[in-house]
Write a protein that binds this ligand. Structure first.
Ligand code: C5P
Length: 232
């Protein structure tokens, strides 16, 4: 029925920010609250879906009614997302995944150096989970059945020469996912806020759709686009 357009579908939603440990007490993190991802999970539930919620670090409750899996680091999130995606219809990558992690993890708390030198932290790249999910889907002989509809997020700031949407359209093409939810990031405009303003770009050439309002209102719009895409 029209009110439950995702009935019978399984939707994986990742949300929150990863933490990349330096030592037992310190990490590199980010300001993601997980609120938009949690709102998408609630909207997908309301649309009738089974929701597998992969939670990184959240400043919002895990939505009632989801199957929850937790992950702290990008590497843990990658494993959780890829296994949760097996057999799912949709993957929504709303998590803020650290692009880099410390190259070394110190088993004991890093101490101030006796020679007075400042410490140096070397970073290495984390895998791009979204790009990997897309790549694995098309890889020959992949053991897992990854979702036909993969949705990425982009927080764009734009610059003088390229508009936010031009930049986002290139990101959509380079990531290879079906939909990209783009929001314009101001200083503390989006992170932790309860409202949002997004444009959903589609790889199939359908017209961009803009939604603004509370994160729940935006989530309903995004889930409606997901349902429409699945029915095409
Ligand atoms: O390239 P950028 O970080 O802007 O892309 C954001 C999108 O890619 C989000 O959907 C985010 O969840 C995903 N991502 C990822 N793995 C990373 C970095 C970002 O899946 N290492």
């Amino acid at each position: 029925p029209a009110s439950r357009p995702l009935a019978g579908r399984t939707v994986v939603v990742s949300a929150g920010g990863t933490r990349e440990p330096l030592d037992p007490v310190r990490f590199l993190g980010n300001r993601s609250s997980g609120k938009q991802g949690a709102a998408i999970a609630r909207a997908a539930l309301a649309a009738g879906a089974t929701v597998r919620f992969v939670a990184a670090h959240l400043e919002t409750p895990v939505p009632a009614g989801v199957e929850v899996r937790t992950a702290s680091t990008a590497l843990q999130l990658r494993d959780a997302v890829l296994s949760a995606s097996d057999g799912a219809d949709v993957l929504v990558m709303a998590a803020a995944v650290a692009d880099f992690r410390p190259a070394d993890y110190a088993d004991a708390k890093i101490k101030k150096r006796e020679d007075g030198q400042d410490p140096v932290i070397t970073l290495v790249r984390n895998p791009d989970i979204l790009a990997e999910a897309v790549a694995r889907r098309t890889a020959e002989g992949a053991g897992t059945r990854l979702p036909a509809l993969i949705v990425g997020f982009a927080a764009e700031t734009g610059d003088a020469t390229s508009s936010v949407l031009d930049h986002a359209a290139r990101k959509l093409a380079s990531k290879g996912c079906e939909l990209l939810v783009v929001n314009q990031v101001g200083e503390d405009l989006v992170f932790g806020a309860d409202s949002n303003d997004v444009t959903v770009l589609a790889a199939d050439g359908s017209a961009p759709r803009t939604f603004s309002g509370t994160k729940d209102e935006v989530a309903s719009g995004v889930v409606a686009v997901i349902a429409e895409s699945l029915s095409r």
